[in-house]
Design a protein around this ligand. Structure first.
Ligand SMILES: [Zn+2]
Length: 291
């Protein structure tokens, strides 16, 4: 989407780019004009919806941070890292042991797909209309859920004074079964985007790590093996016998990988503390319980 000063907007569609007139309320003092004409605000996530044949463009605006705040990271400060594992049973699990269940989301999606399939078979005009209404409801529901999860992740990070939030790089092909695709892949992408822009407003950096072995490595002894994941939901180390929720292990390993990379590549994260449920771990000082 591109907004132009002449009150038009260019939208890329599945066919082509189209240019439309924006119909803004006439009152020049209206708040819409304030945002559009003020250079302190920049366009962010916006949504296009259709109601009774008319198109409504809901424009999102945000105030970018001043340049100085972006360079807030000092070299000598200890930085705490929060990390997130994205999954299906749990849509998100953090290194502070916050679990956001994905069950309801998955259940609703399957139900929607089933009804949509049935309606498509009938093929009538009214079935088509019902499908459109349903998919509007579904995407509003999913957005609402993902916004809440993103807010929770940010809240956890703030509570533990984390300067970083680490995710697995979604572009990598994940080794775990079942593979994440379709709806969940899309939901993960959306969630990461939401966390990124909410984190930005709080001065928290979002970083990505290579997901290799994050589901197979034992966070207690470091032993890495396919056999550690004999069961899907549970982690059990073949070597030391440590057991844990598999998603929680994933989140801890994302954070471990991020800190290791930071230690190897730069002084950027200082001591690189890891935010844990009951304390923090640093490579130099070991485990420090929280108050
Ligand atoms: Zn182990």
């Amino acid at each position: 989407m591109t907004l132009f000063d002449d009150g038009t907007v260019s939208l890329s569609t599945v066919d082509d780019r189209i240019r439309c007139d924006l119909t803004l309320p006439d009152d020049e003092g209206g708040y819409q004009h304030q945002y559009l004409n003020n250079e302190d605000w920049e366009l962010t996530e916006s949504t296009l919806s259709r109601r009774d044949g008319d198109y409504y463009l809901h424009l999102g605006f945000r105030k970018p941070k001043p340049e100085k705040q972006v360079e807030k990271q000092g070299d000598d400060e200890d930085k705490t890292v929060h990390s997130v594992d994205l999954g299906i049973v749990n849509i998100a699990t953090t290194s502070t042991a916050y679990f956001a269940s994905g069950r309801e989301l998955g259940h609703r999606h399957r139900e929607f797909e089933r009804i949509r399939g049935n309606l498509q078979q009938t093929g009538t005009q009214s079935a088509h209309r019902t499908i459109q209404q349903m998919s509007g409801r579904e995407s509003r529901y999913v957005r609402d859920v993902l916004h809440r999860v993103a807010n929770d992740i940010i809240e956890e990070a703030l509570e533990h004074s984390c300067a970083y939030i680490a995710f697995e790089n979604l572009r990598h092909i994940r080794e775990r079964a079942p593979p994440v695709k379709g709806f969940h892949q899309w939901a993960h992408r959306q969630l990461v985007d939401l966390v990124e822009y909410k984190a930005d407003a709080e001065g928290i950096c979002v970083e990505y790590v290579d997901p290799e072995n994050t589901s197979r490595r034992c966070p207690e002894c470091g032993h890495t093996s396919e056999g550690n994941r004999a069961r899907q939901a549970e982690f059990e180390c073949e070597k030391c016998g440590a057991t844990a929720n598999a998603d929680y292990v994933g989140a801890k390993n994302v954070r471990w990988r991020y800190i290791r990379r930071s230690l190897q590549s730069s002084r950027r994260t200082g001591d690189g503390q890891l935010a844990l449920k009951s304390g923090t771990v640093t490579p130099n000082r070991g485990f420090v319980p929280s108050d």
